[in-house]
Design a protein around this ligand. Sequence first.
Ligand code: NAD
Length: 362
Amino acid sequence: MKKQIALLAGDGIGPDIMKEAVRVLEAIGERFGHSFSFTPAAVGGAGYDVYGTPLPEETLKACKDSDAILFGAVGGPKWDSVPKELRPEQGILGLRKELNLFANLRPVNVYDALVSASTLKEEVIRNVDVLIVRELTGGIYFGTPSERREINGEEGVVDTLVYKRSEMERIIRIGFESALLRSKKVTSVDKANVLESSRMWREVAEEVSKDFPEVELEHMLVDNAAMQLVRSPRSFDVIVTENLFGDILSDEASMISGSLGLLPSASLSGKGPGLFEPIHGSAPDIAGLGQANPLAAIASVAMLLKYGFEWEEEAQVVDQAIAEALATGARTSDIAEGGEQVFSTSAMTNAVLKALKASTAV
Ligand code: NAD
């Protein structure tokens, strides 16, 4: 099969890890007889420097013309004084909006080889396998008005939380569809004891669940969910929630795995290309030094193969190669413990490629 992939490396370590992700894609192409054509395009600070905008027209077009988008990271101190609407982060926010990427999927797994790297106890995190499905284009982050205003003669502020029923329904449905392919349990997270939006969310979750009789639905208040994620993370399968709660819970959950450098994400629209990216930022402190952990970017390649192209076997080969590389002791500096040999960015990819080439079947 032939596929077109837009490569948006961005800033900081973005280009460092993108290079490694492409090596893995090429190895998958060779192994499974696929061919990829890549379209590199500028985004974030890199877009601003060349075109004066973090999301140039050319980049948006390259994304729309592609089957999938692989994204690195954007941002850095170099652009601190740039006006708000031209800051690098507007590159990714603009893409989400333009491509209607309303569903953000973040798997949280714990690799056996790294079970001691987490700040949580081994017996709590061993075999954790959670998928967080977060609504990405609505809620309080996008509602208007969002402004300072005078309230009863005093300075005050208003943010607005807006959701349409259809926006709730489509993301909750993705939660259920994902659970069907996993352990068939959905935890719908809300704050229904306080917020009207959450009461409606709960109502919609109940309605959608009728179409998925084989999937168990539980409702959980967000404060309790935050607690249960660190108390008994294995009790979750799929968590589905709105934008703000999902933002906070997914960052909390990322700490279960021990390093930001390990976790991928997918942002999907239901139709049109999906965007696949590591959850970490541009790590300007280590950019260009060959120290970045490429595994989150490589795991993003696995998500691209699975959710972008529906190539289950290819995705599994990549995921297994990552686990195998870690099992053989490959460690970048963010996950190395005292006395362990530290691998460079490219040496870590070499370990993944070695495992990928040695693996015979899934
Ligand atoms: P960060 O994720 O870039 O870095 C946090 C810490 O983790 C740093 O010490 C960094 O060196 C380390 N780290 C991150 N990824 C790593 C990797 N792959 N390997 C090894 N170590 C890694 O977060 P930050 O420092 O808060 O933000 C830096 C910049 O990134 C900011 O401009 C921020 O706005 C931006 N950012 C971008 C995105 C995105 O592009 N989606 C996401 C978050 C932050």
